[in-house]
Design a protein around this ligand. Structure first.
Ligand code: AGP
Length: 608
C-alpha cells in the first residue's frame, strides 16, 4: 500500500524523502512524489507515474532545496495511476500525503466545489488539502485547521500535512493505517514503516489509532484527534539500516529465502524449556482461560499458515479449530464468543481485513492472540496476547520467511495448548520440540542443495501455460502456497488442490502440456496420493514431485523430483515449501519479472 515519509530538520529534505521512499518500495506502488518547502516558504511539488526512477529523472537538474518536506509512493485506489493523481496533493499552499480511503470524499468534494474550489485529480485525497486550505482561509492556524478538517472526514487513513502558512511544522494523524514517528537529534520524521526512519534515528514512537502528532525540529507533540494531550515515551529499535538491505543477493526475496534458517532459530529462541518438554510462550496467561474452540483468521499466505495451524492444533491439542478468511469472517456474524480463542495471523499486523476480523471476534467476547512479525503493529496492539514470529524485516512482496516462521509459531502454540490440555505427555512433547530444534539445520541443507534441481526445473516451467499444485493432508496448504507463489511472481496461472479433489473436476484440464507439481512427502495418505498422480500420468500430464529421500513410487511417475531430508508429518510442510519458493523465484527471474515488487501487489494490504 502507499508509503509516506515526512521530514523536518537540518538536512536537505529531498534526499531524506527519496531515500525513505526507496526503503518503502516493498509496499508496492505505481507513482511517487515529493513536496519541499524551502527556507523562504516557497513550495515545490514534483510527481511522476511509475517507479522512483521516473521521479528522480524528473528531478534531475532541479535542486529542490529545503529542510521540510513530505514524500509518497501511491498504490492507486481512487483514480488511475497518473502524474495528476500521484501525491502530494496541494491546495493554496497546503500539501497532503495519504494512505487509506476517505469514504465521504464525494460529499466533501461537492461542497468544496460549490465554494469555488478547483480540483485537479480524481483522488479522494485531494479533498483533504482543500478542506485544510478552506479552514486556513477562514482564519484558523495550520494545526487547528488540520484538526478541524479531520473532524469532517470519515474513512481509514494515515495522513501527513505541510503548509506554506507554517513552514516549521508537519502534522500527522492516523485512523486505521500505520504511521511511525522518529525522533532524531534536532530533526523529526514520520513514515509508514520503520525502515524509512532507521537511517536517521532509532528512537521511534508508533502513532496509535485516533492520534494526532505535530512535528517540529526539536519535538513531537502527541494528542488525540480532538486535542487531548498524550504522554508516551519513544522506544529504541534494534534494527539497523543494513538489516533492510539486500545483503549481496540479487533480490530481497532471495535474501529472505536464505535467511530462513536464522529466522526459524529466532522464532524458537528462548521458547523451549531446558528439558525440551515445554513451550515457553511470551504471554502464556491467555491459555489459562477455558478454550472450547479456536478460530484462526488471516489472509493470503498467512491464511495458508492458518490452515497449517489448524492441523497442528487438531493433531496435537485435539481442540476444535476452524480457519477463516478474515475478509469473510468480519461480515458473516460469526458464532464466536467467550470460550473462543481467535488467533489472527498477519506478517505486517496491518492487513485491514485481519484487523477488522480480530476486532469483530473481540467485540463478540472472544480472546484474541496475534501471531505477527511486527512489534507495535496495529494487530499486536489490539490483541489480548502476542506471539511474535521474529522473522525480521521482510521487504519482498512475496511472503517467504514470514510464512515459514508463522508455521513454526503455529506449531509452538499448538504444543503449548497440548500441554495445557494434557493431550500429549512429556515424552511426546519432547519428540515434537526436538523436531522443531532440528529445523534450522534442515532448512539450511535444503537451501544448499536446491538450485541444482530447481534451476533446471524452473527452465522446464518457464513457458508453462497453467499449473496445478497437489497435496494431501497438511500438504494441501503447501500446495495452495506453492501455487500462490508461482502466480504472484511469474503471472502463470496456477491453482492448489487437494489431490483427492482431482477426479471431481480439475482432472479435465490434464493434457500433455499441463504442469503438475505434487507435494508428496510420506504420511498416512501417501499411497492415495500416488494413485492420484498415476491418474495424472495416465492422461500424460507433466509431473514434478517434492518427495522424501529414498522415495521410489512418485519418482517413477515424475519428470523431476526434489528430495527433502527425513521429516515428520508436522515438519514436512515447513521443509516442502522451500523448493516451491525457489521454483517461483527462478521462473519469475527467467521470465524477466520484478520479483520483489510484482505487478498489482502491495506488501501490506491496508485497505479492504
Ligand atoms: C503473499 O506472498 C502475499 N504477500 C500476501 O498473500 C500476504 O500474505 C497477505 O496480504 C497477508 O499479509 P499479512 O500477513 O501482512 O497480513
Amino acid at each position: 500500500m502507499c508509503g509516506i515519509v515526512g521530514y523536518v530538520g537540518p538536512k536537505e529534505a529531498a534526499g531524506v524523502l527519496i531515500g525513505g521512499l526507496r526503503l518503502l518500495e516493498y509496499r508496492g506502488y505505481d507513482s511517487a512524489g515529493i513536496a519541499i518547502l524551502d527556507d523562504k516558504g516557497a513550495l515545490n511539488v514534483e510527481r511522476a507515474t511509475g517507479k522512483l526512477k521516473a521521479l528522480e529523472t524528473k528531478l534531475q537538474g532541479r535542486t529542490l532545496q529545503g529542510h521540510a518536506g513530505v514524500g509518497h509512493t501511491r498504490w492507486a485506489t481512487h483514480g488511475r495511476p497518473s502524474d495528476e493523481n500521484a501525491h502530494p496533493h496541494e491546495a493554496d499552499g497546503v500539501v497532503v500525503v495519504h494512505n487509506g480511503i476517505i469514504e465521504n470524499y464525494r460529499e466533501l468534494k461537492e461542497a468544496l466545489i460549490k465554494k469555488g474550489r478547483k480540483f485537479r485529480s480524481e483522488t479522494d485525497t485531494e479533498v483533504l488539502a482543500h478542506l485544510v486550505a478552506d479552514h486556513i482561509a477562514r482564519g484558523k492556524p495550520f494545526v487547528d485547521a488540520v484538526r478541524a478538517a479531520l473532524q469532517e472526514v470519515t474513512g481509514a487513513y494515515a495522513v501527513v500535512f505541510m503548509a506554506k502558512a507554517d513552514p516549521s511544522h508537519l502534522v500527522a494523524a492516523r485512523v486505521a493505517s500505520p504511521l511511525i514517528l522518529g525522533l532524531g537529534d534536532g530533526e523529526t520524521m514520520v513514515a509508514s514503516d520503520i525502515p524509512a526512519i532507521l537511517p536517521h534515528t532509532r528512537k521511534i514512537l508508533a502513532l496509535d489509532e485516533g492520534e494526532f502528532a505535530v512535528l517540529s525540529r526539536d519535538a513531537i507533540v502527541l494528542t488525540t484527534l480532538d486535542g487531548k494531550p498524550i504522554e508516551r515515551k519513544p522506544r529504541t529499535v534494534d534494527w539497523t539500516p543494513a538489516m533492510a538491505e539486500r545483503g549481496g543477493y540479487k533480490h530481497f526475496m532471495l535474501k529472505e529465502i536464505h535467511e530462513q534458517p536464522q529466522a526459524v532459530a529466532d522464532t524458537l529462541r528462548g521458547r523451549i524449556s531446558a528439558d525440551e518438554t515445554s513451550v515457553l510462550l511470551d504471554e502464556p496467561e491467555i491459555l489459562n482461560e477455558a478454550i472450547e474452540r479456536i478460530v484462526v483468521i488471516a489472509m493470503g499466505t498467512s491464511n495458508h499458515a492458518a490452515q497449517m495451524l489448524r492441523d497442528y492444533m487438531e493433531r496435537v491439542a485435539r481442540v476444535p479449530c476452524s480457519v477463516e478468511l478474515a475478509s469473510e469472517f468480519r461480515y458473516r456474524d460469526p458464532l464466536v464468543g467467550p470460550g473462543t480463542l481467535a488467533v489472527a495471523i498477519s506478517q505486517s499486523g496491518e492487513t485491514a481485513d485481519t484487523l477488522a476480523a480480530a476486532k469483530e471476534a473481540k467485540r463478540k467476547g472472544a480472546r484474541v492472540l496475534a501471531i505477527t512479525n511486527v512489534m507495535e503493529s496495529s494487530l499486536a496492539r489490539i490483541a489480548d496476547s502476542r506471539l511474535y514470529t521474529r522473522a525480521g524485516v521482510e521487504i519482498g512482496v512475496a511472503s517467504t520467511k514470514a510464512y515459514v516462521t508463522q508455521l513454526v509459531a503455529g506449531y509452538l502454540l499448538a504444543l503449548a495448548v497440548a500441554e495445557k490440555k494434557a493431550t500429549l505427555g512429556a515424552t511426546e512433547r519432547k519428540h515434537h520440540l526436538q523436531q522443531l530444534l532440528h529445523l534450522p539445520m534442515q532448512i539450511s541443507t535444503v537451501l544448499k542443495s536446491a538450485d541444482a534441481v530447481i534451476v533446471p526445473m524452473a527452465k522446464a516451467w518457464q513457458q508453462a501455460p497453467s499449473a496445478l499444485f497437489l497435496g494431501r493432508g497438511m500438504q494441501v496448504a503447501t500446495a495452495y502456497e506453492g501455487a500462490l507463489k508461482l502466480k504472484e511472481l511469474s503471472y502463470i496461472h496456477a491453482e492448489g488442490y487437494a489431490a483427492g479433489e482431482m477426479k471431481h473436476g480439475p482432472i479435465a484440464l490434464i493434457d500433455p502440456d499441463f504442469m503438475v507439481l505434487v507435494v508428496g512427502t510420506k504420511d498416512a495418505t501417501y499411497e492415495k496420493l500416488v494413485s492420484n498422480v498415476q491418474e495424472v500420468r495416465a492422461r500424460e500430464g507433466r509431473v514434478f514431485c517434492i518427495v522424501n529421500q529414498g522415495d521410489t513410487a512418485l519418482r517413477e511417475l515424475s519428470e523431476q523430483v526434489f528430495e527433502l531430508p527425513p521429516s515428520t508429518p508436522e515438519t514436512a510442510p515447513i521443509l516442502a515449501v522451500l523448493p516451491l519458493q525457489l521454483l517461483a523465484y527462478h521462473v519469475a527471474c527467467l521470465r524477466g519479472y520484478d520479483v520483489d515488487q510484482p505487478r498489482n501487489l502491495a506488501k501490506s494490504v491496508t485497505v479492504e
